[in-house]
Ligand binder design. Structure first.
Ligand code: NAP
Ligand code: NAG
Ligand code: NAG
Length: 349
């Protein structure tokens, strides 16, 4: 993979500080290549791998002030917005994108915009209508990335009535038609990935999955590296999202290992969590409805961690805690063979 730095943030947020070259253990990078810091000045330029900015802005659960938050995110320096039809707010996100562009010197081409095909549009005959709807609501002419949100089809005829490989073939046509630059998947198991790769000539560009210090899935990330598939980490703050069941393990941003590292390095806990994710070569897409948190999270790009910090955070992965698992309510087994696919973590409590 080629590492390229293309997108510049607004100058107002450039911060200078001394770079510690131990920040990212380059030799041991598990995936892709991390752009080297070539000068002694670290700025808040969003890192990109194959054009996808490593820091993105999540939009699930963005409600009342959704447009304001998205616009603010763009003005703050985010260049990657993660959307989905299922979030029910693409129209508001689109207004935020338009407002963000209006308030900066940017154009559509400066942004990386992702959306996702929902489970009720897996029918190959419905895929184009689904992306057209997202494009219209988001107010853009094309997407940078369109994910199959789940390897699961929903509707009156049952969950697996349509093979996700047929859905995938219909998504491939969207790339040829110029409606999206890339297509990807989300929440697939190893078997489902293999099955897909065995039956398609169009390798997914990106796989979006739950990843955070409590669910590290390191071997799974390595598998993607081998196949040239970029990985995006969703829910980078673990169970912080109020939709998830609270309980053990403790709130990630209050975890002592994280807060101790944050204090030592002059970062916040959120910045440490995000920097850890980016240091693994995954893109991270934190969501917030608070403007000051959007700014805080953006400045994770300035948070300099040492190799031993990353190693300490790696140890938090032993407990394996998956927060997003609708297997039971959907009546099927998701994430087969992956960490905490069956909620085994409960035994640790
Ligand atoms: N592909 C999929 O199936 C899938 C599944 C889940 C998520 N996603 C994507 O990933 C994005 C991120 O995941 P997520 O929304 O589940 O959770 P997240 O980004 O890990 O965490 C969001 C939660 O953390 C809080 N928060 C944000 N910044 C904070 C800070 N600096 N300090 C303290 N708290 C902070 C937010 O509160 P406030 O908003 O109140 O500030 C919110 O409750 C989603 O928005 C969505 O775009 C995709
Ligand atoms: C994919 O193809 C390989 C090689 O032919 C085979 O070993 C593997 O079982 C297949 N996997 C699936 C899930 O179809
Ligand atoms: C957005 O709305 C939430 C929930 O109503 C509120 O807590 C938050 O402060 C608001 N943020 C901004 C920037 O207005």
């Amino acid at each position: 993979m080629k590492a390229i730095l293309t997108l510049l943030p607004l100058a107002a947020f450039s911060v200078s500080q001394n770079v510690n070259f131990e920040q990212i253990p380059l030799e041991e990078q598990p995936i892709g290549e991390i752009p080297l810091q070539t000068s002694s000045v670290l700025t808040t330029e969003p890192l990109t791998i194959d054009g996808i900015p490593l820091l993105g802005f999540g939009t699930w659960n963005l409600k009342t002030n959704c447009s304001e938050a998205v616009s603010w995110a763009i003005q703050t320096g985010y260049r990657h917005i993660d959307c989905a039809a299922a979030y029910g707010n693409e129209h508001e996100v689109g207004r935020g994108i338009a407002d963000g562009l209006l308030n900066t010197d940017l154009t559509r081409e400066d942004l990386w915009i992702t959306s996702k095909l929902w489970n009720d549009h897996h029918d190959p005959n419905k895929v184009e209508a689904a992306i057209d709807d997202s494009l219209e609501k988001l107010g853009v002419g094309y997407l940078d990335l369109y994910h199959m949100h789940w390897p699961v089809r929903s509707g009156s005829l049952g969950r697996n009535y349509i093979d996700y490989r047929d859905t995938w073939n219909a998504m491939s046509a969207l790339v040829e038609d110029g409606k999206t630059r890339h297509i990807g998947v989300s929440n697939f198991s190893p078997n489902q990935m293999e099955n897909l790769l065995n039956h398609t000539s169009h390798t997914p560009s990106v796989h979006q999955m739950e990843l955070h210090p409590y669910l590290q899935q390191t071997d799974w990330i390595k598998w993607h590296e081998k196949h040239g598939i970029h990985v995006t980490a969703y829910s980078p703050f673990a169970g912080t999202n109020p939709t998830y069941q609270p309980g053990d393990p403790e709130h990630l941003l209050k975890n002592k290992v994280i807060t101790k590292i944050a204090d030592k390095r002059g970062c916040t806990a959120a910045q440490v969590a995000l920097q850890w994710g980016m240091a693994r070569g995954t893109s991270v897409i934190p969501k917030t409805s608070h403007l000051e948190r959007a700014t805080e999270n953006f400045h994770s790009l300035d948070c300099v961690l040492k190799k031993k910090d990353l190693e300490k955070i790696d140890e938090l992965g032993k407990a394996h805690h998956r927060f997003n698992n609708p297997s039971k309510s959907w009546g099927l087994d998701l994430y087969e063979g992956l960490e905490d696919s069956k909620g085994e973590h409960k035994k640790h409590s």
